[in-house]
Design a protein around this ligand. Structure first.
Ligand code: SF4
Length: 467
């Protein structure tokens, strides 16, 4: 089967959906309210899902939108799920991403024409499973993140008549994608119901207590004084003497299970050769800065592979290091990453650039642009303007207050609303503060729609994490 390769981006809300397409996505996946993973942060309602489908259909005939409905339901959720599913079918998305075999069976019976893609949450690790789902009428399988490219190739060779999708970028679970109870245990939020609190990436502290074992049995509270442990600490499992797992604690704490992030920018050709046709990016909760950067990098790689050309993966990896990350690994694509999968010292802080803001509106006469500020910047800063047509840089020479604060914008203002710049009354300031404030800054050319600004983090310029 020869098929166009697809860059599939996450869209946690309408704005992210628009940015994903603007930066080159072929398709997006959006969450069904209440019934997808990321259920707590999913901004879509039934109304806005309908709006999203219409937005895509009005602008393109070849772009796709998939609805994610991949919870594992308890009995009580089956009826409401099917009722909502009926409404979503009427919106005519291109496919539904599902995991629960029972729900899939019910949907196949009631809506036999609906296209279903099997979610990564269903942990498809071998060709026999893929064959099983194909025989049940599914069109696409999103392969488990825990298998290698070699295994993907074998699956494709054994079951060539089904589409295969693989994750190429984003956070990874410490469990088989989402099939875990850590979060449920620690925060009462069940990953299998879409409410994971990412407890595996939390910072943990180890307490020293001088009490006897007997006394400790009754300890329930936190010792009054936290004493940072010094020296080297290791875990040893009873049956594996000498097989030590280092626990490293610094002033921030201990990251026992914190996984590095997946980055497959180096593997797009190999994945395509193995039969993958859809390249999926994780991160419905991530920012438009993440979307712009990740979509730009993978778009370039996928276009090159489709054109039979090579691409500069080092340059694209540099782009991907600009965004927040926990250090990158290629997941299991090249085999078991073993100890390299985790980073024990911190769960972030590797990114080379800081996201400063979103450019909302250009005033051509005054040559200023309105910025929704995300992070602080000041006069004299050299900033990068990232837009779907490329990246340029400039120096900030003027900053004016707008009086708009998105933290208090509920009173009728929207992202689409325009604001007039009055030079005579504009108050010039030296610093743009984050947290929802807006400013106007100098800009000699219209950056166009969907532009953002960012700047280098000087102390991270030398980041040399291995891919
Ligand atoms: S707590 Fe971690 S391992 Fe468990 S589902 Fe959430 S992200 Fe995955």
């Amino acid at each position: 089967m020869t098929k166009k390769l697809e860059l599939l981006m996450p869209a946690g809300n309408m704005e992210k959906l628009k940015y994903s397409f603007a930066y080159g996505a072929d398709a997006v996946y959006v969450g069904a309210p209440m019934f997808s993973l990321r259920a707590r942060t999913n901004a879509f309602t039934l109304e806005s899902l309908d709006e999203a489908v219409k937005y895509v259909r009005n602008l393109w005939s070849d772009k796709k939108i998939y609805f994610t409905a991949n919870i594992y339901a308890h009995n009580i959720k089956i009826k409401p799920f099917m009722a909502q599913f009926k409404k979503m079918v009427e919106m005519k998305p291109d496919a539904f991403i599902m995991a629960d075999p029972g729900l899939i069976n019910l949907v196949r019976k009631e809506f036999p024409d609906v296209e279903i893609h099997l979610s990564v949450q269903a942990n498809n690790t071998n060709w026999a499973q893929v064959e099983f789902w194909r025989d049940l009428g599914l069109k696409r399988i999103i392969l488990s993140r825990e298998i290698s490219i070699k295994e993907m190739k074998e699956i494709h060779e054994k079951v060539p008549d089904i589409e295969l999708e693989a994750f190429v970028h984003g956070a990874i679970c410490m469990a088989y994608s989402g099939r875990c109870l850590i979060s449920n245990y620690l925060s009462n939020r069940d990953p299998n119901q879409g409410t994971c609190s990412h407890s595996c990436r939390w910072e943990y502290k180890v307490f020293k207590d001088e009490k006897s074992e007997e006394e400790l049995e009754t300890v329930t509270g936190r010792p009054e004084e936290y004493e940072e442990l010094t020296g080297n600490f290791y875990l040893e499992e009873h049956e594996r003497p000498g097989d030590l797992m280092e626990i490293d604690e610094d002033q921030y704490g201990t990251y026992l299970m914190n996984s590095r992030d997946l980055c497959a920018i180096d593997y797009i050709q190999e994945l395509a050769d193995a039969g993958i046709i859809s390249f999926k990016v994780e991160g419905r909760n991530k920012t438009v800065n993440y979307i712009a950067s990740v979509a730009t990098a993978y778009r370039e790689a996928i276009d090159a592979v489709e054109a039979g050309k090579e691409y500069d993966s080092v340059k694209l990896a540099d782009e991907l290091f600009s965004i927040a990350n926990r250090g990158y690994i290629p997941g299991f694509l090249a085999g078991n990453p073993n100890a390299n999968a985790q980073f024990y010292e911190r769960n972030g802080g590797f990114q080379t650039k800081v996201f400063l803001g979103i450019l909302r509106e250009y005033d051509a006469e005054e040559q200023v642009v309105r910025v929704e500020v995300k992070n602080r910047f000041e006069l004299g800063d050299t900033i990068e303007i990232v837009s779907p047509s490329g990246t340029t840089s400039m120096q900030v020479e003027k900053i004016y207050k707008t009086g708009i604060n998105h933290g208090t914008k509920k009173a009728g203002t929207t992202f689409e609303q325009t604001f007039t710049f009055h030079k005579e009354s504009a108050e010039s300031v030296e610093t743009a503060h984050g947290g929802g404030y807006e400013v106007w800054i100098n800009m000699s050319e219209n950056p166009g729609e969907f532009a953002i600004i960012r700047k280098w983090i000087e102390s991270n310029k030398e980041t040399t994490e291995e891919l």
